[in-house]
Design a protein around this ligand. Structure first.
Ligand code: DP6
Length: 329
């Protein structure tokens, strides 16, 4: 009744931002599909140990016992697994994030994916990738994508209960690097769940974001199929800046870039002006991730490390999907 799993984080190239109506069922259905790259760096290792005697769940994250909203979100997720297993056991969840300390890169993607895998195995369930991604999605939309390695497509789906809203791997003959540029520290000002909700409710740009999104996904898939990095990079930037535009136009507005983020984005443009293929993306935080060819990664990393205010650069390659490290026989 104890299992351990590891999941790597993933970064969306075509972003997920906003939810479609699930009639209050808590299914966490995305308003748009997305396309991501699972990284070989950064991830979460999670152990779930079931107990016959505990009366509630416990969560220890990075050595600190957590209560309040963090524990509630994990407990609500465990309820889904208890429902599938038809067993009422409570759990002791121990999780360790494999990210540079205080970098603000800890991600719900690797966290809920590792939890989904460890919890199902602890309860004696073995889900296939599709069903594991459907489960992980209900913890966090981006977590569905960390089930698989490399490039991953997340379907928006149409079904009321989300059974067609799952992730699948997108094999591609394109090798890339993602240079992760740390542009700030500390917790996010506005988390992704509340940020996308507020943008969806108040930003006049949100309907345009949704209306133009399917084309970005098509273009990104075509770029991947053609192993066309410049085209993939261009679509990624377009998706990124549209997503962030919804936040600038929200009421009240909010935004994730800092002055260091803007300087890093300028450095990416300069690289391109100097004929180095480099394209930027950002998520619900200040950090910049730069997509480039493997052969350009060192040059890109050096240029980004020289940007004033940047306090760390890591080069990530495509990484594997989630895996079980220990499970009951
Ligand atoms: C900007 O997956 O964290 O990183 O489903 O509410 O948990 P919830 O949101 P989350 O949102 C990720 C948003 C993003 C873009 C992306 O990863 O696609």
């Amino acid at each position: 009744m104890r299992a351990t799993a590891y999941a790597h984080t993933n970064i969306a190239l075509v972003k997920y931002w906003g939810k479609r109506d699930d009639g209050g069922r808590g299914l966490n259905l995305p308003a748009v599909g997305s396309l991501s790259l699972t990284l070989d760096r950064f991830g979460t290792e999670t152990t779930v140990e079931l107990s016959e005697t505990e009366r509630h769940d416990h969560l220890t994250l990075d050595g600190v016992e957590r209560t309040g909203p963090e524990l509630e979100r994990v407990s609500a997720f465990l309820d889904l697994v208890r429902g599938q297993a038809r067993r009422e056991l409570h759990a002791r969840v121990t999780s360790r994030n494999d990210v540079p300390t205080a970098a603000g890169l800890a991600s719900s993607a690797s966290a809920f994916c590792a939890l989904a895998l460890a919890a199902t195995r602890a309860f004696g369930l073995t889900l296939d990738g599709c069903n594991l991604s459907i489960l992980a999605r209900q913890g966090s939309g981006s977590a569905a994508r960390s089930v698989y390695g490399g490039f991953v497509l997340m379907h928006r789906g149409q079904a009321e209960h989300g059974e067609d809203c799952f992730a699948e791997p997108l094999p591609a003959a394109l090798d890339v690097r993602l240079v992760v540029v740390r542009c700030g520290s500390g917790p996010k000002m506005v988390g992704s769940t509340s940020g996308m909700g507020h943008a969806q409710r108040t930003s006049p740009y949100f309907p345009a974001w949704v209306a133009t999104h399917a084309r970005d996904l098509d273009d990104a898939r075509a770029a991947l199929a053609a192993a066309d990095l410049p085209k993939l990079g261009e679509v990624m930037e377009h998706s990124t800046f549209k997503m962030h535009a919804t936040t600038f136009a929200a009421r009240p507005p909010f935004f994730y870039p800092t002055s260091t983020t803007m300087a890093a984005l300028a450095a990416v443009r300069e690289l391109r002006a100097g004929a180095v293929g480099a394209w930027a993306t950002m998520d619900a935080g200040p950090h910049v991730k730069v997509l480039c060819a493997p052969g350009d990664a060192t040059r890109v990393a050096e240029a980004m490390a020289a940007v004033p205010g940047v306090f760390g650069v890591d080069v990530a390659a495509p990484g594997p999907g989630a895996r079980v490290l220990e499970a009951p026989a």
